[in-house]
Design a protein around this ligand. Structure first.
Ligand SMILES: Cc1cc2nc3c(=O)[nH]c(=O)nc-3n(C[C@H](O)[C@H](O)[C@H](O)COP(=O)(O)O)c2cc1C
Length: 185
């Protein structure tokens, strides 16, 4: 069993990175874990040309296939995303747009192996859950079109910096327990 934990924020040492670190350490007790940060990769924006609708490939030559390879190698994918202006950060949205060759709404399309479970963790500084729900919904929409089964989510409000993460350890630990249980390990 292998998990891929993704920091959807471009910040490598902030609250999102801290949650990625905690989740990775906890899951590593039961499975192989790889952590990546969206900022580890270089890729251009989707230009909306739709050539991938005919070819299942993108004409741009950059790191997108490298990221999708990591998805393909994992059984469990966990996206950890902060709210940037009430949605996922632009870098992660740009990545999702570039996954159009893998989107199941057109034929032919590229595909990662079936049967993966996808989890979402959303965090924000403000207090209301609705904004986290929007982020979870964006991530689950993405999972659905890659045929990754949305399997659970965690919303953490009132988190600005990494110092706000430690007091939320129990919620994160409980969420990791759900991931193990659903993986039946
Ligand atoms: C550009 C930007 C926009 C943000 N927009 C929001 C927002 O709309 N609502 C909110 O609650 N927090 C917002 N935040 C705060 C982050 O969600 C919060 O600091 C998060 O815990 C950590 O993000 P990081 O890991 O990328 O540093 C924003 C932060 C940044 C940098």
């Amino acid at each position: 069993m292998k998990a891929l934990v993704i920091n959807c924020s471009p910040v490598r040492n902030g609250a999102t990175a801290e949650i990625v670190h905690i989740v990775s350490e906890q899951l590593a007790e039961k499975m192989a874990v790889k952590c990546i940060c969206i900022d580890d990769y270089r890729f251009g924006f989707c230009r909306g040309c739709r050539s991938c609708h005919l070819s299942a490939k993108c004409d741009l030559d950059d790191d997108i296939p490298v990221i999708l390879k990591e998805f393909d190698l994992a059984d469990i994918i966990i996206c950890v995303s902060p709210s940037y202006w009430a949605d996922i950060p632009g870098q992660f949205k740009a990545f999702i747009d570039r996954c159009t060759p893998w989107c199941n709404t057109h034929e032919p399309h590229a595909a990662i192996a079936a049967g993966k479970k996808g989890y979402s963790i959303a965090l924000r500084t403000g207090p209301g859950m609705k904004e986290c729900e929007r982020i979870i919904s964006s991530l689950e929409h993405f999972y659905g079109h890659l045929e990754i089964v949305p399997s659970g989510s965690l919303a953490l409000c009132s988190v600005e910096g990494k110092e706000d993460v430690l007091p939320r350890m129990q919620e994160i630990t409980d969420f990791c327990s759900t991931i193990y249980r659903r993986a039946r390990i």
